[in-house]
Design a protein around this ligand. Structure first.
Ligand code: ADP
Ligand code: ZN
Ligand code: ZN
Length: 745
């Protein structure tokens, strides 16, 4: 970053964030002034010394006669300063404006007024009130009489309720106050998010940790006692009791007066999860998430800042809670896709957590049964410390896995979506009164094309990713969304010559209809985006299933995450391969993760579980690893694929998405970016594309994407910075939008 001028905000009482002031950076400080750096500056007419925070570095200012920064403020930085410096890192790493980055780390910008409730109470005895009510009635003052009788019944009322329930207007209330019948008192009520209300906090039973759990806890705590900070990978099979490990470590850290953040995937944020933490930490734990109202969030921020809570549980945005004694960040299910923000800045919570921890001397625990490939590699190379748990805490066995080759089913003239084995197993469950979960991989919906006879998938010859069918009715052809290569749609399978090639898709609704035919009398529930749209939608489907009011639950990936239902002893994956063919280098990783999680739902309690995987690719390493129970086999295979093909985590990779309603402008801008990248890119930089994005037309916008790969993460920073600088006043930017998606390393 070159520039001699710093934009400084003087006051972070947050309302003032948009007012920044320009200062010259003296030569001696140039190396040390970055976004987020706290600085001493002369301020106002009298040049009094105040502390400000640098939010941007630039080379020009619209003001003349700039004053100079006096010095860098040494010593302890208030938490907002830490968060601002984190915003500076986010801006440079993920590509966004400083304002967007600041809005991410300091999301609550205004004080949201606390709710004031006005309470009505009698100042006279009930007997007197009764007499007054009668008197008012005889005078036909119905409204007054109604309120008095209402208050007699309810004892106390808020003005709002009085109005709603007894139609008491302000005039009626005022007149009764004036004659000394009732009084109004103010009481400040803190807003509590739903999850925290009505917790039965006395139900916690202390459990004895298993040997594996104890070992993990001891490792972390002995490092902690030595003052060592690490990033840990807690790699434990489903049901191994990772949450208990987190809680044991948290207990110690909180007892020492430190604070902690526990991140969980958006979808897993349920009453149950929060309750589990609340049983141990009582009202020292709170939640933060985007479904809370601004007021609810503000109140919890204030509690966090005032040290009224020690632990915050929430999805990725909870990471930015203003804790100034942060000692630990836990990220449960660290591989989960919801940790990557889909809005600019498209930060990854795992990377930002590690960065935040580094800045304040905290440790990080990443937990998963199926760690991301990046994290696995980091643990393998010793950059993260590995904690391993291979047994389920309650002693239950991992489910038995059966792999069914769908090509064999077709040969045996079975055209049903259920293989003979799966059908038999479902019938066994129906007879035994046990439950079944059927999982459809909706991620496979993107329209890849495969052969129904041999399972061959049509792939791009340049990229080794599956091609996507386009123009089905008029002009069927295949497109590669990585490089833009197109091919006519073949008439026969290039591998076996079969004419049965088609893009493939199967919906939850369709499956339910087929079940009704093939398993008459079975009670079926469906869980997908449609049936869970409203607030609390998941619970509306899961609750009856948990109460055994249904035999079979059919669903998309949302049924595989974290639900603990004891009577489920069979899980079936109907078409396991679908997501393995997506045009994304992570498609195998996602498939592996989904199938592992799905299998993990079976037999979690006393009853043993079985997992049936239906696939066209029984020899694929994802499937083999799951069948044999050797996850390491998957990771080793996947890592060698990534290394050979030059994908993360071996290379840094950035996707640049260009969109506009004007197709010509998108094309023109794409060409400009292509030229810029080629100009700044060194030998280690590879550019792929531009090509139409996988989602090439969304909400009336045309989209092109470009990929940049490099061994050097700093090359990627440079690309982002160059594009930002050079497109700043480009007329095309009036209707085009550029966004960056950086693959986590
Ligand atoms: P994970 O997050 O690894 O899938 P959980 O922490 O949810 O596992 O634990 C799975 C189940 O095992 C939970 O019902 C939990 O209460 C129970 N559990 C965990 N640790 C123990 C233990 N040491 N003794 C008995 N039960 C345990
Ligand atoms: Zn290609
Ligand atoms: Zn074929």
């Amino acid at each position: 970053m070159n520039g001699d001028i710093a934009s400084v905000i003087v006051n972070i009482s947050v309302d003032a964030l948009d007012r920044s002031f320009d200062y010259l950076i003296p030569e001696s400080l140039k190396e040390r002034v970055h976004p987020g750096t706290p600085v001493l500056i002369p301020f106002g007419r009298s040049d009094r010394k105040v502390t400000g925070y640098v939010v941007d570095i630039k080379s020009e200012s619209k003001w003349d006669n700039l004053k100079e920064i006096i010095s860098i403020q040494e010593g302890e930085v208030p938490v907002e300063g830490q968060l601002l410096s984190l915003a500076g890192w986010i801006k440079e790493h993920y590509g966004s404006t400083m304002n967007e980055a600041i809005r991410t780390v300091l999301p609550i910008r205004e004080r949201v007024k606390s709710v004031e409730k006005h309470w009505l109470n009698f100042v006279i005895s009930p007997e007197e009130a009764e007499k007054i009510a009668e008197a008012e009635e005889s005078k036909h003052h119905v409204a007054k009489a109604r309120l008095i009788r209402g208050l007699l019944q309810d004892k106390t009322l808020t003005t709002t309720v009085a109005h709603e329930r007894y139609k008491a207007t302000k005039a009626v209330v005022d007149s009764l106050v004036k004659v000394g019948v009732i009084a109004v008192s103010d009481e400040l009520i803190e807003r509590r998010p739903d999850e925290l209300v009505s917790l039965e906090t006395d139900t916690y039973k202390k459990i004895d940790l298993t040997d594996e759990q104890k070992k993990c806890v001891d490792t972390v705590l002995s490092d902690y006692d030595k003052g060592e900070k690490h990033t840990y990978l807690l790699y434990g099979v489903t049901g191994s009791g990772k949450t208990e490990v987190y809680m044991s470590v948290l207990k110690r850290i909180v007892d020492d007066g430190f604070q902690a953040v526990v991140l969980i995937p958006e979808i897993a944020l349920t009453h149950q999860t929060v309750e589990r933490f609340s049983r141990v930490f009582r009202d020292r734990v709170t939640v933060l998430h985007s479904r809370m109202s601004a007021g609810e969030r503000y109140d919890q921020f204030v509690r966090a800042k005032n040290h009224e809570v020690d632990i915050v549980v929430g999805p990725r945005s909870a990471l930015f809670v203003p804790f100034d004694r942060l000692g630990l960040i836990v990220i449960d299910e660290e591989h989960d896709g919801s940790y990557q923000s889909d809005k600019t800045p498209t930060y990854h919570a795992r990377e930002v957590a590690i960065e935040r921890a580094k800045r304040c001397g905290a440790s990080v625990i990443l937990g998963s049964a199926t760690p991301s490939v990046q994290t696995y590699l980091a643990a393998k190379e010793g950059r993260y410390k590995l904690l391993r748990m291979t047994h389920r805490a309650k002693g239950a066995l991992l489910p038995t896995v059966h792999v069914v080759d769908l090509r064999e089913e077709l040969k045996a003239k079975n055209r049903s979506i259920f293989s003979r084995l799966l059908k038999e197993k479902i019938n066994e469950r129906l007879t035994a009164g046990e439950q079944t979960m059927l999982f459809i991989n909706r991620r496979g919906y993107a329209g890849f094309v495969s052969c129904r006879s041999c399972g061959y998938v049509l792939k791009c010859t340049h990229c080794d990713v599956s091609m996507t069918e386009h123009g089905r009715n008029k002009n069927p052809h295949l497109v590669c969304h990585y490089c833009g290569h197109t091919e006519p749609m073949p008439e026969k399978c290039p591998s076996c010559g079969s004419p049965y090639i088609a893009s493939f898709g199967l919906g939850t609704e369709q499956v339910c209809e087929i079940i009704a035919k093939e398993f008459p009398g079975a009670r079926v529930l469906r869980m997908d985006a449609d049936t869970t749209k409203q607030k609390g939608g998941h619970e509306r489907v899961l609750a009856p299933f948990r109460k055994e009011q249904a035999d079979i639950l059919v669903g998309t990936q949302m049924i595989v995450k974290g639900h603990d239902i004891p009577k489920v002893t069979l899980v079936g994956a109907l078409a396991a391969d679908m997501s393995m063919n997506l045009s994304d280098f992570r498609s195998h990783e996602q498939t592996f993760d989904l199938l592992m999680q799905a299998g993990g739902r079976a037999g979690r309690d006393e009853l043993a579980g079985e997992f049936v995987i239906q696939t066209y690719q029984p020899d694929n390493y994802c499937i083999k690893a799951i069948e044999s129970g050797e996850s390491e086999y998957f990771y080793e295979q996947e890592l060698s694929f990534r290394r050979i093909s030059g994908y993360p985590p071996y290379k840094s990779m950035l996707k640049i998405l260009i969109s506009s309603e004007n197709k010509d402008h998108v094309n023109e801008l794409s060409k400009k970016l292509e030229a810029m990248i080629d100009e700044v890119g060194g030998d280690s930089l590879t550019r792929i594309g531009p090509a139409p994005d996988l989602l090439s037309f969304i909400r009336d916008r045309h989209r092109m994407s470009l990929f940049v790969k490099s061994d050097e993460p700093s090359d990627i920073d440079k690309v982002i910075m160059t594009i930002d600088e050079r497109t700043d006043d480009d007329p095309l930017m009036r209707d085009c939008f550029i966004s960056y998606h950086r693959s986590p390393r």
